[in-house]
Design a protein around this ligand. Structure first.
Ligand code: HEM
Length: 494
């Protein structure tokens, strides 16, 4: 009897809360948000979300509510954008309004709005402009970095030869080579492949990239306001990133001790020189915190993204040996065996270019993009989205938009080829996102992908340990990032 009474009182209070909240929403600044499922007090739309399947759950909701809808994580509304049209209209046509960055709860404690990736407003503008200029000055998109990648690819080939065609897990083979490119820019040197500190940093990046993509992290992203007070795997991510920041702090001190203001060796030197130039300027964002965290952003983003794409790419190529065969044929015809591949070759190699695009499309590295916010009250498709509201541009739904790709679920380089065999652009190709927040390292990543794929395939065949039809390409984790499954392969000299 007592229990029944308590339940009745609880239900009474809950229903009253629902009514109050519903009346409040009609009055509030959120009254003209896009439609979506009715949220419950405290838990928001938890009942509509399958834990650990944020991407799938949001896609399911878009079947009912259309390409632009609102979902509540706790009491926080999120406007979700699905498909090519909606994402383009927001990120490109209303670029300024949609250029804000939201917190990513799993890493918020490490960055709290500092460093180029998580900055906003004037801080972001200063850091973005500066980082782009420095990356370009150190050769991003140019000959000088091309030569650095070509040299690194030769070191990678050497480690592949040493496997003597025995099976191995390619993860750290690839990440050591890829990371050394961004390391040359930010730290002014490459690391020896056996360097213990380097290996431990790579291990940390690999682990944290995977950790921020687990079902727990997706749950945490939804309910961080409550969960942050409790211990859990998010603390592990915090400590890993903090260890990486400390490594960078030590590198900054080394640079400071040996700095020559007339000759900058790397990104850190350039930043220190800028700090000195602007030390009298009270609105300058060139300070130690932004230096450390922007360097951490570049180091991390410059390593894990490209190496995960190469890793996914190898797996897809082994699953589709006919595609691999055509790439080998094109490499032999255009480049041959007597010289190393160069960026110039890309324009003569539409098939290889199309395959790399298709690998990026299917591997779908950052499926829900990094979260954005609107920078001011924004009118969008007849709705009013108040300043600061979170936006999820679902890149995955653009990369698989059936109006832009035939059979979007299958791997088909033909998506990027004309009937004549020429390369065909597709404006729904957005693995790097689009608009003002578009990936800052796109030009570097594209050079690396082309040169690493072609250099490896010029010298080696990829041999899976099972029949192609048995290869499972389902991601290991699919959350913030899609993490390729673990696998082994053999690389056999051609
Ligand atoms: C295959 C490789 C890569 C992919 C798929 C990728 C993808 C992305 C995506 C989806 C974003 C978020 C864009 C948005 O907020 O809408 C981003 C941002 C960013 N990326 Fe990349 N990225 C890659 C490689 C790189 C590399 C090599 C670097 C380093 C030089 C880099 C540095 C950054 C930075 C600094 C941002 C933040 C930009 C900002 O907030 O203004 N990325 N990337």
């Amino acid at each position: 009897m007592e229990l029944a009474g308590a339940i009745t009182i609880f239900l009474g209070i809950y229903v009253s809360c629902l009514l109050v909240i519903s009346a409040w929403r009609k009055q509030s600044r959120y009254r003209n948000l896009p439609p979506g499922p009715t949220p419950l007090p405290l838990i928001g739309n938890f009942l509509q979300m399958k834990v650990g399947e944020t991407l799938k759950s949001l896609e399911k909701l878009s079947e009912k509510y259309g390409p632009v809808f609102t979902v509540y994580f706790g009491s926080k509304p999120i406007v979700v954008l699905c498909g090519h049209e909606a994402v383009k209209e927001a990120l490109v046509d209303q670029a300024e309004e949609f250029s804000g960055r939201a917190h990513l709860p799993t890493v918020e404690k490490n960055f709290h709005g500092f460093g180029v990736v998580f900055a906003n407003g004037e801080r972001w503008r200063q850091l973005r402009r500066f980082s782009l200029t420095v990356l370009r000055n150190f050769g991003m998109g140019k000959k000088s970095i091309e030569e650095r990648i070509q040299e690194e690819a030769q070191f990678l080939l050497e480690t592949f030869r040493n496997t003597k065609a025995e099976p191995f897990d390619p993860t750290f083979f690839l990440s050591r080579a890829v990371s050394n490119i961004i390391c040359s820019i930010v730290f002014g040197n490459r690391f020896d492949y056996e360097d213990k500190e380097f290996l431990s940093l790579l291990q940390m990046m690999n682990e944290s990239f995977r950790e921020i993509s687990t079902p727990w992290s997706q749950f945490y992203d939804m309910y961080a306001d409550f969960l942050k007070y409790f211990p859990g795997p998010h603390m592990k991510i915090y400590y890993i990133l903090e260890d990486m920041r400390k490594f960078i702090e030590r590198r900054v001190k080394q640079n400071q001790a040996t700095l020559d203001a007339n000759s900058s060796r790397d990104f850190i030197d350039c930043f220190l020189i800028q700090m000195e130039k602007e030390k009298q300027n009270p609105s300058s964002e060139f300070n130690t915190k932004n230096l450390e965290l922007t360097t951490l952003n570049l180091f991390f983003a410059g390593t894990e993204t490209v190496s995960s794409t190469l890793r996914y790419g190898f797996l897809l190529l082994m699953k589709h040996p006919e595609v691999l065969g055509k790439m080998h044929e094109e490499i032999d015809r255009v480049i041959g065996q007597s010289r190393v591949p160069a960026i110039e070759d890309r324009s003569q190699m539409p098939y290889t270019d199309a395959v790399i695009h298709e690998i990026q499309r299917v591997s779908d590295l950052i499926p829900m993009d990094l979260p954005h916010v609107v920078t001011r009250d924004t009118q969008f498709r007849g709705y009013t989205i108040p300043q600061g509201t979170e936006i999820y541009p679902m890149l995955s739904t653009v990369l698989r938009d059936p109006s832009k790709f035939k059979n979007p679920e299958s791997f088909n380089p033909g998506n990027f080829l004309e009937e004549t065999g020429r390369f065909r652009k597709n404006d729904a190709f957005v693995p790097f996102s689009s608009g003002k927040r578009i990936c800052l390292g796109e030009a570097l990543a594209r050079m690396e992908l082309f040169l690493f794929f072609t250099t490896i395939l010029q010298s080696f065949s990829l041999k899976p340990l099972m029949a192609p039809e048995d290869i499972d390409t389902k991601p290991l984790e699919s959350g913030f990032a899609k993490i390729p499954p673990l696998y082994q392969l053999c690389v056999v000299p051609r």
